[in-house]
Write a protein that binds this ligand. Structure first.
Ligand SMILES: *Cc1c(COP(=O)(O)O)cnc(C)c1O
Length: 384
């Protein structure tokens, strides 16, 4: 196993970063295998948009490719161009569709737009006709989320005028679930039924409906190809991890100093947290400037944010500052909380799903906010 450290996302820094983001590519590969097995015989693709959900698209895409992934989804044309350099052979779809006048760029980089309107279909067709090249593309149909995709009326139009999409190969027809993170929501079955009805009106092509939640909700949703993202990165979008997905991310900071407080003393900006007993506080080298969400500060009750030292959970106290946060280590062996010691903020003891819930958000937002100030360590990088 080779570990490589990059200091900051842009490779800046001099090796003294105070916080570390360890990304376990072996766990990522294992999660891909888990999702692929769940979806089999459907093909398992991967969503690697937004820089591989904030974890670094290059190592992430290489690892997934090594695990057998052949088809990738990005959101933007730019992301597709970056991914094409990394994976010359992969099939790459651009989810946000065809931006005006970008057909030649898609073609030059062998990127397949996910066409989401009749206008986009017309523009792609025109490009294919003009260049005499029968290119590939996906068609996106809306089944209720009302985000991107052809409406039912658009599909009717396409059904009555098939020549509109005859200049190119439709390699995939996709739709997207609105409520797959809530398995019992009636919207799931309703969208699958609408998808079936729309597919029946279009020329035959492989079909894809499921993101991570869809795959985890069962075979009704897997069709010919599935497009998980968040599950590969270690989070169950339904917030009820059954242990089958491995944590991929471990975020740790260092203890800068340990302070002793008397009852009544307060901690942090706004003096929002007050000690009710003699208290020991460890100041940790991570703050909202690193993407550790400020919403994780000053939580109470069910939403009490925890960190971990030596495998023991300790509460986060007071507000999160830009560069530091504080944890209450009063109940910890004094040998565990020492200057320079490691504090886990996300990892094996403090799960990503939990951190998201404490922040009042979803794991997607926690990951895509992870900043560029950490040293990034990739475990399981293939030598090449
Ligand atoms: C982001 C995205 C996915 C992946 O979703 P996850 O919930 O992360 O699995 C799949 N399909 C579309 C259209 C997306 O935008």
């Amino acid at each position: 196993m080779i570990a490589e450290t990059m200091h900051g996302a842009a490779g800046r820094g001099h090796g003294y970063a105070e916080a570390t983001l360890a990304i376990d590519l072996d766990a990522l590969k294992a999660n891909f295998a888990t999702m692929a097995a769940r979806a089999h015989p459907a093909e398992c693709a991967a969503a690697v948009k937004c820089d591989g959900y904030g974890l670094g698209v290059e190592p992430v895409a290489r690892a997934l490719s090594g695990a057998g992934c052949r088809t990738f989804f990005v959101a933007l044309l730019d992301e597709g161009m970056v991914l094409r350099e990394i994976l010359p052979e992969a099939t790459i779809y651009v989810l946000n569709g065809l931006a005006p006048n970008t057909a030649p760029v898609h073609a030059a980089h062998r990127l397949r737009p996910v066409l989401g309107s009749l206008e986009e279909i017309a523009e792609w067709s025109a490009h294919c006709t003009a260049t005499g090249r029968r290119l590939e593309a996906a068609i996106h149909v809306d089944t209720g989320i009302n985000r991107l995709g052809l409406s039912e009326a658009d599909v009717a139009r396409l059904a009555s005028e098939p020549r509109l999409a005859e200049a190119f190969d439709v390699t995939l027809i996709i739709s997207h679930l609105a409520c797959s993170d809530q398995p019992d929501h009636p919207m799931n079955a309703r969208q699958a039924e609408r998808f079936d009805a729309l597919l029946a009106r279009l020329p035959p092509a492989p079909a894809s409906l499921a993101n991570s939640g869809g795959v985890l909700n069962g075979r009704r949703y897997t069709y010919d190809l599935v497009r998980p993202g968040i599950a590969l990165y270690g989070a169950d979008p339904r917030g009820r991890g059954d242990g089958s997905l491995k944590p991929v991310v471990r975020l740790t900071g260092r203890i800068l100093q340990v302070r002793t407080l008397a009852a009544g003393d307060c901690v942090g900006y706004g003096a929002t947290w007050r000690a009710t007993r003699p208290t020991r506080i460890a100041l940790v080298s991570v703050g909202y400037g690193d993407g550790y969400l400020r919403a994780l500060g000053t939580t109470t009750g069910e939403r009490r944010t925890m960190a971990a030292i030596g495998g023991h959970r300790v509460p986060v106290t007071g507000r999160i500052s830009m560069d530091t946060l504080a944890v209450d280590v009063t109940d910890l062996d004094s040998g565990l909380a020492v200057r320079g010691g490691e504090v886990e903020l996300i990892g094996d003891t403090v799960a990503l799903d939990e951190v998201a819930a404490w922040a009042g958000t979803i794991p997607y937002e926690v990951l895509t906010n992870l900043g560029s100030r950490y040293a990034r360590i990739y475990k399981g990088l293939d030598p090449d």
